[in-house]
Design a protein around this ligand. Structure first.
Ligand code: 9B3
Ligand code: ZN
Length: 415
């Protein structure tokens, strides 16, 4: 009986895993208002998952739109695109094949920097990195996720008797952007391995601490491993709706839910029931408020546009006081561009990506943070969220160049 019950549970658990057989990702290049209208109409009639931009309302003429379509609708979409003569290509022929390729590092295998790692492995890695590098790394639990996982930050830097200025580096605010946590882990490894040999890293860690939050949205990340690779939000439940989670990068108190966010709990950009309602957002918010005087710069990593952006996202103005911020962002992106090609753009978020409110960067900027950069690292977008582990190194290299560039500037201009 017990065995049967157990088998029953296993079957239920397996049945919940979302598969993507025959699903495609299209890249569309709308050139006319009519093209834009077609895309919006499609989004209104069939369920499409926008990979970039994050919602139909943000589609404009001359933009590039990556759109994930389920198997039942690929024929209609292909026909419609041909009839309307909209320029397009199929980025991903069969999403399930890509998903399986990324899961080739299951629990039985050891932690591996060159592959994606599950949350359990990352958690064990955090402890082992801290215990094997006690002179450079200390950890602190800053909160608990909705499902009860500990949120741990790793403070990396040469120990000092006085409080050092710090840079806050967070990854994995969006669950499905796996390359982002992978970058945070690689950054910590590089920091530990090159401290003492690489001049820039040594001076950074001598003078400042880098506070790394390896995975911001841990519940969401775990869910992308166990159930649905394309999950973006947190995993919070709320009364009155069967839809789960909110977008943590729309839940901060910065023009909250006024633009580029949705008040529909089922949307991927749901702003939550009130600012900082999501416990993970509140935990990070409180940690930053407590440490505002030591944190001099914020770096946050997303995937997969290739951009370096900075506030504001929720309104357009970039005033004179921000000129230095703009210049440093340009410098960082310039370095990236020369290494990885002209797709790397830079600028204020609202005009460079799209206007949207409730983001972490805008919130910290309003709070008095000075340097805040959001990196979107990625390949040229061919794989979208599903960049194979074997190809993660070049985008990391790019982000590392930018992180070092910005930190060097911050170290030289401490205020
Ligand atoms: C969006 C906003 Cl609102 C922000 N403040 N910073 C970055 C972004 C871009 C990412 C997002 O949250 O949609 C791209 Se995945
Ligand atoms: Zn993101």
């Amino acid at each position: 009986m017990k065995v049967l019950l157990l088998l029953g549970f296993v079957a239920v658990a397996l049945a919940e895993v979302t598969r993507f057989d025959g699903e495609k990702v299209y890249r569309l290049r709308p050139k006319t208002d009519e093209h834009v209208a077609i895309i919006k109409e499609l989004a209104g009639n069939i369920e499409v998952d926008f990979w970039s931009p994050e919602g139909a309302e943000q589609v404009v003429v001359s933009s590039e739109v990556d759109m994930h379509v389920d198997a039942a609708h690929t024929d209609i979409v292909s026909t419609l695109l041909q009839q309307s003569e909209m320029e397009h290509e199929v980025l991903v022929e069969d999403l399930q094949a890509y998903v399986e390729d990324q899961l080739d590092n299951q629990e039985t295998k050891a932690y591996n920097y060159m592959k994606y790692n599950s949350w359990d492995k990352i958690e064990a890695w955090i402890s082992s990195m801290a215990s094997s590098n006690p002179s450079l790394i200390s950890t602190q639990v800053i909160g608990t996720t909705f499902e009860g996982r500990a949120m741990t930050v790793m403070k990396i830097g040469k120990q000092s008797s006085s409080t050092k200025p710090a840079i806050f580096l967070d990854c994995g605010i969006h669950a499905r952007e796996w390359i982002s946590p992978a970058f945070c882990q690689w950054f910590v490894k590089e920091a530990v391995e090159t401290y003492g040999s690489d001049a820039q890293m040594t001076s950074l860690l001598d003078q400042m601490d880098v506070i790394v939050l390896p995975v911001f949205n841990i519940d969401g990340y775990a869910y992308t491993w166990s159930n649905n690779r394309m999950w973006r939000k947190t995993r919070s439940r709320r009364s009155g709706s069967s839809c789960i989670g909110a977008d943590p990068n729309r839940n901060f108190d910065a023009g909250w839910c006024t633009t580029g966010a949705s008040s529909n709990p089922c949307s991927d950009t749901y702003c939550g029931s009130k600012p900082e309602f999501e416990v993970e957002v509140k935990a990070v918010g409180e940690y930053i408020r407590r440490n505002l005087f030591t944190i001099k710069a914020f770096l946050t990593v997303h995937f997969y546009f290739q951009v370096v952006v900075f506030p504001y996202f929720y309104f357009f103005q970039v005033g004179a006081p921000h000129r230095e911020v703009v210049q440093v962002g340009e410098g960082a992106a310039g370095g990236l561009g020369s290494l990885f090609g002209p797709r790397y753009t830079r600028g204020p978020g609202g005009t460079t990506i799209f206007p949207a409110a409730g983001g972490f960067d805008d919130w910290a900027f309003d709070l008095g943070g000075k340097y805040f950069y959001t990196f979107e690292v990625g390949d040229t977008g061919r794989f979208g969220f599903l960049l194979p582990g074997s190809q993660i190194k070049p985008p990391w290299g790019g982000a590392m160049v930018a992180v070092k560039y910005i930190s060097a500037h911050v170290v030289g201009n401490l205020f």
